[in-house]
Design a protein. Sequence first.
Lengths: 272, 317
Amino acid sequence: MKADGQILRVHDLKASIVSRSQTVEAVKGVTFDIKRGESVGFVGESGCGKSVTARAIMRLAPEGTRVDLGGTVQFGGRNLLTVSEAEMRDIRGRRIAMVFQDPLTSLNPVITVGAQIEDILRRHTGLSGHAARERVIELLAQVGIPFPARRVDDYPHQFSGGMRQRVLIAIAISCDPDLLIADEPTTALDVTVQAQILRLLLRLREERGMSLMLITHDFGVVAGMVERVNVMYGGRIVETAGIDEIFRAPAHEYTRALLDAVPRLHRDGVSP
Amino acid sequence: MTAVPPLVAVQDLSVTFPARSRHPAFLAVNGVSFDIAPGETLGLVGQSGSGKTTTGRAVLQLQKISGGSVKLRGRELTTMPAGDLRRMRRHMQFVLQNPYSSLHPRMTIAQTLTEPLIIHQSVPKAHYRERVAELLELVSMDPAVMDRYPHAFSGGQRQRIVIARALAVNPDFVVCDEPVSALDVRTQAQIVALLHSLQEKLKLSYLFIAHDLAIVREVCHKVAVMYRGEIVEKGGISQVYGNPAHPYTQMLFDSAPVLNPALQRQRLRMAPPDPSILVARSPTESCAFGEVHTETGTPAWHEVAPGHGVSCRYRPV
């Protein structure tokens, strides 16, 4: 975390989602960077373009659509928007990994959890057979799955929501990515499990010196997790500030509205 | 306790899911009791799997119960013949979490809102559209949209439509199961405001099921905390939030994120709460309050203040 170099530099990124019936300009020119080992939060409401921004970096399009991209995404000395699909496949999952909101639909229901992780290991690291299986069990242990050697042959439906999210995180970190993009990783989970997942992300980030792009609509989620926040509205970044600064003195009216809308556990917003 | 009889009275409600192939029978709700007064909101909090939703469904008789009693407007629902129960359903309605899956995509808003009117024959046919317009206005939506389909609406608007559907038959009691957890924070605040104003206008009682303690504080008058199918703490909002008496309640409070980066960082770095401390004590020894329930025959429930009770189950030794 001492290296100050930027791992990701996004300049004037534009994304238009083209479906059969319409074209939606979802991201209208966003510019930001993420340093090596840094955690950056992206906060905004549904439709603000935060998820499309993340997917644009990965060059992923929502099902049944095409995404027209503009601007540049500099990562590892290359512009990800112009590299070949083959190169992109190599970067996706191995150098940049992503954890989505819904842990149930992101896993294949008819393949065991272990086999799904093994599949990715084989593709990106060439690990196979006994070594791959050992590594899978090790990964499950790292994300806090109890009795990993026994759970490795279970199917996704045999895991709880929180455990499935851990599995997705295990898949995401399996190839030691430089950047982890977590899109609403705890939104479907209840508070106790949410705290566990946030702790896990914090720990993994520190152990691996990995950068984190944390996307959420909830300021409570980014509060203890990131160094900087970009607030998005209408496809643009409307405010960017250090985490302590944004809570102390939100500059943009929209940021203030978002902060005010978060329900407080106690009147002063602070727990005893 | 009060002069006004409760609108909803639930006593020792239990639900057992029967054994299936390799899984043994599961006691999902275990001896749950609570009252809800007219115009009052009771929050039901707890983590997923604690039995909140099953309790809500059992109260509405949408789930077969294995014991206990549920009274609505003084009438016992659990033994009521099917025909009478169907007529009672007019008084109790349900709002679900996901506004995307709880509206039929091929039905217009008007069709969706007319359905309960037809079933309960509460409005003459000639007045259907008038009533639909009235319902949309009630949830602060433009009646002009009634011939559109659900896909034309945002999550918050859909949840308003779902609420309008629940209110179509003028219920007294609405079970809201995680009604805002799928929504953005600002939309959450709007729906919460709507629920408040509807309660005031229509004197509704709510059973508000949620895992978000902060939302419950804003919406509810009283709160019951569920853990493993049991209510472990129950009381007024200020009682439970100001002075949580059960270790599980404390654990929930400690897990909720705080809007203070320095404090939140510190909390995430602290050792996580250890759920293994929540071990039920043996019933033959004295409980956390120094009582031996097998000898005294008293329930495992202790009042720590008037109206604020706590279970001695799942407490550390």
